[in-house]
Design a protein. Structure first.
Lengths: 346, 346
């Protein structure tokens, strides 16, 4: 059982704990995901996919399952939807770690490191094929399936475009908050909401409601990502205690965008920041990382990011409450999920 | 215009030239594919996808288009089908080259070499998303689209499994013809037939006919692959004149399987063969490659592979002729395509 789940045993729970309403879905998913993968052969591919899908919080599929339950969607439709969000996420993480040269993920070796790049690529390819296999499995009428397919494919495509904008921004001295917004919207906006949207499509909700849920994701996805960027500067992000991994790989985060555009940096600070971010990770020292973290703090970028995460989470909660047909209980549960996204400490 | 297309200008054409019936589809595809990609942004992703989809024979989409035309399928349905076969093939080639460390593809630098691994991975991810976007575009009723989705996803999944069997066989002393058969069927069997099958689904042909077309692919796909393995031992495979790339990367080809199982090798020959195939490509000398090619020739593996390619092509032609509803003109054209698959010299 992972750290997040064990929060249930504590007497008092804080907003930073995995949300109560997601604990039951998270538990169901554990068995479901293993059962789905069990049949996979050859063994080498099976082992790699098991490793790739182990140890995470399963936030995306839990969200899909919680929302599907709330809308009364039957398990035969919710389960494939929950699984496809997990497969998509896992495939992207495998590619992300290869692209960034990240050696750690969830306090274990990343997949390319433990299983080699060739098998890691195959595992991601299998996971992407599994995303679409789940679309074929959902028990719905064919018009509905076509809508689900369009939604899944659209999120897949947007995420790739966002990832490319992210790659393009590495060590770019002209990177600013508008570039950041474009990248983060493409990369995380629709992605976090996919499971909720898919459940809503199956439940027969109308287009206006679906659009409203996508807009909720446009707020919550970036809020979640910004909290990730903040956690990267602490020891708790699942990289075996390493601090500042995003700085080592030159990730164009909201902190980097804010510091360059609004940080009021001197020319020499600006040059050094860009130079450290552009430099190969093997050549980036702990001292460089410490200097950048300190700079982000001094020039107000850390406070700006914290504020942005909170504001977006609040806006997500507001938009969710305005979505037609949401009960007050479901709205309260969503609010606890949104607060978790920006107050979690891992 | 590539080599294959220019064959049309010669006075006499041989079975090794790109088939006449595919020349018109090949030409139409050139424009169609560029138009499809044109909208892609950011520019860095656009450039990578253009590079990834340039210069090939476009056999798979040409086959889809030729067969769709023959069945009277309208262009609005054929074009997405043809494109999706090209996107799927291009995505796999990108991953294949990264997995194998191949520096050359179609006489140019492979994508990871020219654009870097991170962007190459993104290009492949975009192409895979585009495969499924094409499924959403095909103008058919939704029951038909669901069948198409199942077929595309099944080919995607099987190909990944085949690729893993292929990776597992590298430098494996126990690799034999039965292992080879399992890997090649999974990796290439359904893959080559996908465009024909999809056209047949849209044309409303029955399940028996569709099954028959899959079985045609089960013969033609491996025939095509075996010819590829034979060409790899010549200078004409699009790797800037390099010979024996498959040997350098330890690929478990039909030649390797035959030599180990039926080649009547001495213990020292067997040990050396496995050792060369298992060795890192940077440590494999031209002399090693020459020795393996000579061994494959001496122990009858080259002749066995040639015979296998021809037999499977003939069997594919026979099965195609037995498929209900195929005119004699279409059967003749298919026969010219099958002969091309095994008599082409690049």
């Amino acid at each position: 059982m992972n750290q997040a789940g064990s929060g249930a045993d504590r007497e008092t729970r804080s907003a930073g704990d995995f949300p109560d309403c997601l604990l039951q879905p998270q538990k169901r998913l554990q068995q479901l995901i293993l059962a789905r993968i069990e049949v996979l052969r050859p063994d080498s591919l099976h082992r790699a996919v098991v490793a790739a899908t182990s140890g995470g919080k399963r936030l995306r599929p839990s969200l899909a399952m919680w929302f599907g339950d709330a809308l009364g969607v039957p398990a035969e439709a919710i389960e494939p939807i929950a699984c496809l969000t997990e497969w998509l996420h896992s495939a992207f993480l495998i590619h992300d770690d290869i692209q960034d040269g990240d050696q750690w993920r969830r306090d274990r070796e990343s997949l390319w490191k433990s299983h080699g790049v060739p098998t890691a690529l195959n595992a991601a390819d299998w996971l992407l094929s599994a995303v679409y296999e789940e679309v074929t499995r959902i028990e719905v009428d064919e018009n509905c399936r076509a809508w689900l397919l369009r939604s899944v494919q659209d999120v897949h495509r947007r995420t790739v475009v966002g990832q490319q904008l992210d790659l393009d921004g590495r060590g770019d001295p002209a990177f600013n908050l508008s570039c950041y917004e474009q990248a983060v919207q493409a990369k995380t906006g629709r992605y976090l909401a996919l499971g909720m949207v898919a459940s809503a499509i199956v439940a027969g909700l109308d287009e206006e409601t679906i659009d409203s849920l996508w807009r909720v994701g446009d707020q919550l996805g970036p809020a979640f990502q910004i909290q990730d960027d903040l956690l990267d500067m602490t020891r708790s992000k699942g990289r075996a205690g390493e601090v500042g991994n995003d700085i080592r790989e030159g990730k164009p985060s909201i902190l980097y965008a804010h510091a360059l555009e609004e940080g009021d940096l001197s020319v020499s600070e600006c040059d050094r920041l860009v130079e450290v971010m552009a430099r190969d990770r093997a050549q980036t020292s702990d001292q460089d990382v410490g200097w950048v973290i300190d700079l982000f703090d001094r020039c107000g970028s850390v406070e700006f990011a914290r504020q942005q995460a909170r504001t977006r989470a609040q806006e997500g909660i507001r938009l969710f409450k305005e979505t037609p047909g949401m009960s007050s209980e479901v709205c309260d549960q969503f609010a606890s999920i949104a607060r978790f996204a920006v107050e979690r400490n891992r």
